[in-house]
Design a protein around this ligand. Structure first.
Ligand code: HXC
Length: 511
């Protein structure tokens, strides 16, 4: 074979790999509003930065006549490239090749990427679109999954791991995304479930559609499995890029800082009007968040799930922060099972990746009720307490209004290691609200008039931040208009914080 023929052969092999399952299958995919693995990677990464690895790997199976069909790459495209100029590793399942199913070789490619990502200290992004375990490979495929899960766990807290679900993701295959830090779904075209509608019909006789069972709406509102939902693939991949701009490449780095054009000392007098005078009136905590962060740019996580707590990323003075905030506009901002779990996982992510925590508190306590108690609010609420207490990143807390009972302790109080605790003059820091307290102290012994007086006395004595400030539990009472400047100063003051917990194999978070 002469040189020209060799080069032609090389080009042909490459072309074959790049065509995946062929033109017909690609058209079918496009018709369904989905993209090929390579199209997705090109959309995700900075233009021209993708380097493919293992493009010519094929499967080694022989059962069910599968050895007659070998496609270079074997249904997953893997490699590395850049997002905003920073290194990332990526794997994208190619649905046109055996339905993107996982073979032994296919798993080996993914594991190779995972191992390199940890070695080089860069995030791993998985674009999932797969029929699950490749049936023809039996236990070899299951072993491949387990190898990926194992790497997911070993990488956890070392490099960020991100999963985008861009098609089916069923059976045990869901557990790799579940082990990663963030799951993105696409409205209507992505599905995740452990057992599908047909199995459910047989076992529990329930009728449920694929969409109801495991669509993006279900996982972003009911189960809390998904963290972000895009309207289509393009938007979803852009959201992945945006998330990466807020987080570091590994646990040894800080998140990338950006030039801040929003004045750090900006005073916003409109903030003085946000918290209503009537303590029982709701208000939208997001109004406060938007006005204190840089350029109102807030990347909310799990926006539609457990809305009584808000979590997300923002920048203050150009640096990334993780915001955790009670939402009085939803269930009065109470802590319940779902909101505790939602916030706890976010706090742990921020702590693992050196992102300071800014906590805004307006919480009337834990949600009462048999549902909550039978569901284990004790252990789930403890997750948030544990996460905040364990976190060693800078922790800045601002109490805007209520901080009642155990929830006061939990919400990044001074007592569990917050570095700077602020309160508005409207803050009420007490064991419980005035009405509840007077009912317990005096039972039904007071006339209406006496009760009203007792409530007023209690409010005067406890429903304010001054007792906590006199004890040093609140460092400073601030005017709402100064919140941004104060929090940024606290973040600057704590930026070289050195704190580590005692060495141990690992703690035992109440799971
Ligand atoms: C081998 C598979 C396959 C599988 C799909 N294909 N799933 N090949 N093993 N698991 C192949 C099909 O034969 C077809 O090949 C191509 O992929 C596309 O599939 P279609 O059915 O034509 O596509 P579509 O109608 O879009 O349906 C997609 C699907 C469906 C919803 C994913 O194929 C499906 O339900 N597959 C089975 C899913 C499943 O039950 N997987 C096992 C889950 S359990 P041709 O050659 O015709 O193009 C699991 C265990 C993991 O994964 C355990 C980890 C611990």
């Amino acid at each position: 074979m002469d040189l020209k023929a060799k080069f032609t052969q090389f080009e042909q092999i490459n072309l074959e790999a790049e065509l995946g399952g062929g033109v017909e299958k690609i058209e079918k995919l496009h018709h369904a509003g989905r993209k090929t693995a390579r199209e997705r990677i090109n959309q995700l990464l900075d233009r021209g930065t993708f380097n493919e690895i293992d493009k010519l790997v094929t499967h080694r199976a022989t059962d069910f006549g599968i050895d007659k069909t070998k496609i270079p790459g074997d249904g997953v495209v893997t490699g590395y490239g850049k997002i905003h100029g920073r290194l990332v590793y990526v794997f994208a399942q190619d649905f046109t090749v055996f339905g993107g199913t996982l073979s032994r070789s296919n798993a080996d490619k993914i594991v190779k990427i995972q191992e390199m990502a940890v070695k080089m200290g860069a995030p791993v992004i998985g674009l999932n679109d797969s029929g699950g375990a490749r049936i023809q490979e039996g236990v070899q495929s299951l072993a491949g999954y387990a190898d990926i899960f194992f790497q997911n766990v070993l990488s956890s807290g070392v490099v960020p791991q991100i999963s985008a679900i861009l098609g089916p993701c069923a059976g045990g295959a869901v557990y790799s995304p579940a082990l990663t830090d963030f799951i993105f779904m696409v409205d209507k075209s992505s599905h995740m479930f452990v057992t599908g509608p047909e199995v459910i019909k047989t076992v529990t006789h329930e009728d449920v559609t694929k969409e109801e069972l495991g669509g993006a709406v279900t996982h972003s509102t009911k189960s809390g499995v998904a963290h972000f939902t895009g309207a289509n693939e393009e938007q979803t991949l852009m959201m992945v890029r945006e998330l990466l701009s807020f987080i570091p490449s590994n646990n040894m780095e800080d998140a990338p800082a950006q030039v801040c054009t929003d004045p750090v000392n900006r005073i916003d007098t409109s903030l003085n009007e946000v918290v209503p005078v009537d303590p029982n009136k709701p208000y939208d905590m997001k109004e406060i968040i938007h006005r204190i962060i840089d350029d109102e740019h807030f990347l909310e996580v799990q926006e539609q799930y457990a809305k009584n707590i808000i979590i997300g990323f923002a920048r203050m003075g150009g640096k990334s922060v993780g915001i955790v905030a009670n939402q009085p506009a939803h269930l009065a901002g109470v802590l319940d099972i779902n909101s505790s779990i939602k916030a706890a996982r976010f706090v742990r992510f921020c702590d693992a990746f050196n992102i300071p925590l800014v906590t805004l508190v307006d919480v009337p306590g834990f949600l009462p009720g048999t549902n909550q108690e039978f569901g284990g609010i004790i252990k789930h609420g403890a997750k948030l307490l544990y996460a905040f207490a364990e976190a060693t990143v800078p922790k800045i807390t601002l109490i805007t209004r209520k901080a009642y009972g155990g929830a006061y302790d939990v919400m990044s109080s001074k007592h569990i290691g917050a570095d700077v605790n602020y309160a508005f003059p409207t803050a009420e820091i007490a064991v419980m609200g005035p009405e509840g307290a007077i009912n317990i102290l005096h039972r039904n012994k007071l006339s209406d008039e006496e009760k009203a007086q007792a409530v007023q006395d209690y409010r005067d004595a406890f429903a304010n931040p001054y007792k906590a400030a006199s004890l040093g539990y609140v460092d400073e009472i601030i005017l709402p208009q100064n919140s941004r400047a104060k929090i940024i100063q606290a973040l600057e003051m704590t930026q070289n914080k050195r704190k580590s917990n005692l060495p141990r194999k690992h703690g035992n978070i109440p799971l």
